[in-house]
Design a protein around this ligand. Structure first.
Ligand code: HEM
Length: 463
């Protein structure tokens, strides 16, 4: 839709309930609801959350670009992110305007290519160690395995914590805090945190526990004379070019928590979906095995292999297309703005949905099929920008996008060099469950099959 096509009417949408609007429909099946909205009401559809909150779903690549990039100054992050503030404070995901820009400048160096190659070795070490105990024929809860592995990887790359240590001290409080935060994000009216409900008490205890661990780590590091090349070391050394100042301990804590949260569940879900898709598409799986054999053979993978694993990268791109972990992105209008011929007022909420866009027939032939080959020959550059955007875009584009791609490819390769995974015979139908990120509903149980044909002999690894 052209921006010039000034319309004399406001965007259309279904009639909602008087008090709740469309909140219930959105919450009960957001993927189906958002897809239906686009199909029935076009590129800009109007709904309501609660009695007064106007919400617009925008589903045209050029208009999405205006929201995320060219007119982004008119927006702030949507209000539901405020529910995460007790956990992540004023970290990158929640901070706004100058503070966000400053923090982004300070943190960006930790995600430079050279560092990501170093993290790549940690990714390989953690994965090979984790999967070394998998037994031929056993059934595993793969969604849980991917979560534990991703948590181990982020703990190691961020603060050089051993896998078990990271999981022991952070795993449980994070899970409790996130469970409550999601509940708070999804409820219109919630008791403020000072009301001593059971859930508020649990939430506050979990946050207290996390704070204790993180401030201890930061304190210890401040006392430590020896420099460490992990993310924490880079964040603590960072100085702003403009004012020469670094981050306070609270800022370091908020950013650690943010990266920690944003950086494990997303990638874990991407990996779970990929393993599921491979189990359903043996023809793609054998091409993957073939590429691993050609590029790596029988040795252990190395971070430098990443660039040569092009088919594997396309498998991940295609999996992120079908099941984008960040399936919807929200913004709130901070200053009135015109987009696509419509006027949006301060306080309006705008949604753009990766899931909706990635499944559009106009940009993707047979959108429901799993076909990594479509990403060959720079396919993503041949479709409009923001028809495909698993990592968002503009100044708030995912800071961990290269990290995530490196991790997804290396973990997948380490697993596939040794094993193939099959869905357990009595498995329920696998369907997506949109929580904060898109995950397989009720988890993924898979049977491990050792790939004897590879003759792969893992070297002993020490982590
Ligand atoms: C497949 C994995 C991942 C996906 C699909 C993903 C997706 C996204 C998306 C869509 C956004 C933009 C949200 C918005 O505009 O409101 C985002 C932001 C962010 N992501 Fe990721 N992410 C992934 C992995 C990671 C990893 C591994 C890290 C860190 C190690 C990370 C850290 C962040 C941070 C800090 C932000 C906030 C950036 C800002 O606002 O400046 N993400 N991610």
């Amino acid at each position: 839709m052209s921006d010039k096509a000034i319309s004399d009417h406001s965007p259309q949408g279904p009639k909602g309930k008087l008090l709740t609007g469309h909140l219930k429909e959105f919450q009960s099946d957001p993927l189906e609801f958002l897809t239906r909205l686009t199909t029935e009401y076009g590129d800009v559809a109007k709904i309501r959350f609660g009695p007064f909150q106007n919400v617009y779903l925008i589903s045209d690549p050029d208009l999405i670009k205006q929201v995320l990039v060219t007119k982004q100054k008119h927006f702030v992050k949507s209000r539901d992110f405020h529910a995460l503030k007790p956990i992540i404070g004023e970290g990158l995901l929640t901070s706004e305007k100058e503070l966000h820009m400053r923090q982004r400048r300070l943190i960006q160096p930790a995600f430079r290519k050279t560092h990501i190659v170093n993290y790549g070795q940690d990714m390989i070490d953690i994965t090979t160690n984790y999967i070394s105990t998998w037994k031929d024929g056993e059934e595993r809860m793969i969604t849980q395995d991917m979560m534990s592995m991703a948590l181990g990887i982020i703990s190691k790359t961020m603060f050089s914590m051993d896998f078990e240590e990271g999981y022991d001290v952070l795993g449980e409080p994070i899970e409790t805090a996130m469970r409550t935060a999601v509940k708070r994000m999804r409820t219109l009216l919630q008791p403020p945190l000072w009301v001593p409900t059971r859930s508020n008490r649990e939430y506050k205890n979990a946050i207290h526990e996390l704070d204790k661990v993180l401030f201890e780590i930061i304190d210890k590091r401040r006392e430590d004379a020896e420099k460490q090349e992990d993310m924490l070391g880079i964040l603590m050394d960072a100085r702003d070019d403009e004012d020469g100042l670094g981050m306070t301990d609270t800022q370091v804590r908020d950013e650690l928590m943010t990266i920690f949260l944003a950086g494990h569940e997303t990638t874990a879900n991407a990996l779970s979906w990929t393993l599921y898709l491979l189990s359903q598409h043996p023809e793609v799986e054998s091409k993957l095995f073939h590429e691993i054999e050609n590029v790596i053979g029988n040795r252990l993978p190395a971070p430098e292999d990443f660039k040569n694993l092009t088919y594997t990268q396309n498998i991940i791109w295609e999996s992120l297309r079908l099941y984008p972990p960040g399936f919807v992105t929200g913004r709130e209008v901070d200053e009135d703005v015109d987009i696509g011929g419509y006027h949006f007022k301060k306080g309006d909420m705008i949604l753009v949905s990766q899931y909706v866009m990635h499944h559009k027939q106009e940009y993707f032939d047979n959108p429901e099929s799993f076909y990594p080959e479509r990403f060959e020959n720079n396919f993503a550059k041949t479709i409009p920008a923001y028809a495909y955007f698993p990592f968002g875009g503009g100044p708030r584009v995912c800071i961990g996008n290269h990290f995530a791609m490196m991790e997804a490819v290396l973990v997948l390769v380490c697993i596939s060099q040794r094993y193939r995974l099959r869905i357990a015979p009595d498995h329920h139908e696998v369907t997506p469950y949109p929580s904060i990120t898109l995950r397989p509903k009720r988890g993924l149980r898979m049977i491990v099959e050792e790939r004897n044909e590879t003759g792969f002999q893992p070297e002993a690894t020490e982590i």
